[in-house]
Design a protein around this ligand. Structure first.
Ligand code: SF4
Length: 314
């Protein structure tokens, strides 16, 4: 019942995403990575730009990391871009004399850098028809409501438990890739976090939360930790050629490889009395000495730096 309802509904409403028109391992993999934590509308222009610049996995494997990050600039979660490049190089290295050896089963996809259990299931079901259910945030929300599940789906064990519960459903479906995409599409388009459109839902008749008027209680919200605040002062210096003083983030972490404005920290101030006025001067010293003038269009920038430069120089 669940499988048939989902597949019939999906056949009528599925969005014409470009990677659905001509699915290949490269475009499906790229789109799945881009769609992690990101909406379709935000991904679409990046997907098109990325494929124009790197139309094949070979071209991607041969790219410089800074060029990949530049195309990714603004999409966030930059580890995804670095992992794509790393994985492309691994895939191309393992080439068969005549063709690449793409992963096929979900267990093989899960070995690829940046591919977790959810993405592995999505790729193997779409590309190889493997009967393995995906559980992302959208799917968790839908079935937390359908079955009134109180688990914390931010945790992997809860997602694995839900995948087990969905296994008998995917066994009954006609096309595993469509079944998985239908679940994700339902969460994205109909069973949305704040305003589910139950009248259009193919699972409405079996949804326990709808029956009890309790959809807002599912998934159960766990208290969010307050984020620590990091305060910084940055300087903006532009030279006569239009280049901007920038530093590259060389440490590990989320922003590795991206360029940003140099930051400064407070230094001793000075007071000096002149004949007609008293000077009170605040001082700052650079926290890094390796800043250099760069054309901001030629290097990948952090989002914060991009926003500041756009506000100052537009
Ligand atoms: S009936 Fe409503 S709450 Fe239940 S899964 Fe469908 S959209 Fe979500």
């Amino acid at each position: 019942m669940i499988a048939a309802n989902l597949e019939n509904w999906f056949a009528k409403v599925k969005r014409p995403m470009p990677w659905r028109r001509r699915p290949s391992p490269y475009v499906c993999w790229l789109s799945e990575i881009m769609m992690q934590q990101t909406t379709y509308a935000a991904v679409l222009p990046y997907y098109e730009r990325f494929l124009k610049k790197f139309p094949t996995v070979e071209k991607l494997a041969a790219a410089k990391e800074s060029d990949v990050l530049k195309v990714w600039e603004g999409l966030g979660y930059y580890a995804r871009a670095r992992n794509l490049l790393k994985a492309a190089r691994l895939i191309v290295e393992k080439r068969h004399p005549f063709r690449f050896k793409w992963p096929s089963a979900s267990a093989e996809w899960a070995q690829v850098p940046g591919v977790g259990p959810y993405t592995a299931a999505a790729l193997s079901s779409v590309l190889n028809g493997e009967r393995v259910p995906v559980v992302d945030g959208n799917v968790a929300r839908v079935f937390a409501r359908v079955w009134k599940l109180a688990d914390d789906f931010s945790k992997l064990p809860a997602r694995a438990k839900l995948a087990e519960r969905l296994q008998p459903e995917i066994e009954k479906c006609r096309v595993p890739g469509d079944f998985n995409q239908a679940m994700m599409e339902l969460g994205a388009l109909v069973c949305t976090p704040k305003s589910p459109d139950c009248a259009k839902c193919p699972l409405a008749k079996m949804c326990a939360a709808k029956k009890d008027g309790a959809w807002a209680d599912y998934p159960v919200k766990k208290g969010k930790k307050e984020l620590p605040v990091r305060k910084m002062t940055a300087v903006i210096v532009k030279d006569a050629k239009g280049r901007v003083l920038l530093v590259q983030n060389r440490e590990g972490g989320l922003l590795k490889g991206l360029w940003e404005l140099p930051t400064v920290e407070s230094a001793a101030g000075v007071t000096q009395v002149f004949s007609h006025f008293k000077l009170e001067q605040k001082n700052f010293k650079a926290t890094r000495m390796d800043a250099e003038f760069r054309d901001p269009k030629s290097v990948p920038l952090t989002t914060a730096t991009r926003k500041v430069l756009a506000a100052c120089f537009q």
